[in-house]
Design a protein around this ligand. Structure first.
Ligand code: ZN
Length: 283
């Protein structure tokens, strides 16, 4: 499943292609994604110029004059950029992409942007400019702060954790304080901040919140710099698959020696999700 760094990598890859393009048409071949693809896109989008490509949490926001086309890749979604009649192709793709899962196609000037999603947990939605800023979009109202925004501070993290009896891992995964700390990056950030994932969120001190804040940003920034770690086969226009895998401190390393102290890394299950930690470094 793409996490925030992967979505940011997709955004950075697509931005130079999309900016300034005019949408000529849209084919909605399969509207049944996680939510129905709005039929109004067929008349909202043609003739619209693409003004920006931004990201909010794991949603991509394609801004046009009339509003925002909001895209979520779900579990298995990918975006494919096709130029020159499909001869030249850049895929942000899963292994073995099959054309029958090409659900939505945006026609641009001499290029196409294809949304492919075998399991159809992704989404393609619309927020009209007449309905206000995109931050007012219903799905965005309850999201926590963006990890690289000024709004995300150690104080905010500390304040949001007050009185919370859930584990610090669950608290971070909920996205209520900060978005984008998915399962992999949660284990890694907690290791780097030397915090036991099972500790109650409400016990986090301000000093620990400062360390955690710093390590969340550092972990995500490194993953983005390496091109995302779970988008395994980002295929570039030469058709070459680029494998991106971080050297994790603890994630997926149960029983292997901690990179700092040599103690075997431990794995626990928290709400059906695997958590990895070093019992020595994370007291
Ligand atoms: Zn250790």
């Amino acid at each position: 499943m793409p996490e925030l760094p992967e979505v940011e990598v997709v955004r950075r890859g697509l931005e130079p292609q999309l900016l300034g393009q005019t949408i000529r048409g849209i084919d909605i071949r399969q509207p049944q994604l996680r939510w129905p693809v709005p039929a109004e896109l067929r008349h909202c989008l043609p003739g619209q110029r693409i003004l920006s490509l931004e990201r909010r949490s794991k949603y991509l926001l394609i801004e046009v004059t009339a509003g925002w086309l909001i895209v979520h890749l779900g579990m298995t979604g990918s975006l494919i950029w096709q130029q020159g009649g499909g001869a030249e192709q850049t895929a942000f793709s899963n292994t073995g992409r099959m054309p029958q899962h090409d659900h939505v196609v945006l026609h641009l000037d001499g290029a196409r942007l294809v949304y492919n999603d075998p399991r159809r947990f992704g989404a393609m939605l619309w927020h009209a400019r007449s309905a206000g800023p995109v931050s007012a979009f219903s799905l965005f109202k309850t999201l926590g702060a963006e990890p690289f925004s000024q709004a995300f501070t150690p104080g905010l993290l500390h304040k949001a954790s007050r009185g919370r009896k859930v584990s610090i891992k669950q608290f971070l995964l909920s996205g209520m304080a900060v978005v984008g700390v998915g399962n992999i990056y949660c284990s890694e950030a907690l290791f780097r901040a030397r915090l036991r994932p099972t500790r109650a969120a409400g016990r986090l001190t301000l000093r620990q919140a400062e360390a955690l804040h710093q390590e969340i940003r550092a972990t995500l920034a490194e993953a983005i710099a390496k091109g995302g770690s779970t988008l395994r086969d980002f295929v570039n226009s030469d058709g070459q698959a680029g494998y991106f895998q971080l050297d994790y401190f603890v994630y997926g390393r149960e029983g292997e020696p901690c990179r700092l102290c040599g103690t075997p890394v431990r794995q626990v299950r928290q709400q059906q999700r695997s958590t990895f930690f070093c019992p020595h470094c994370q007291p």
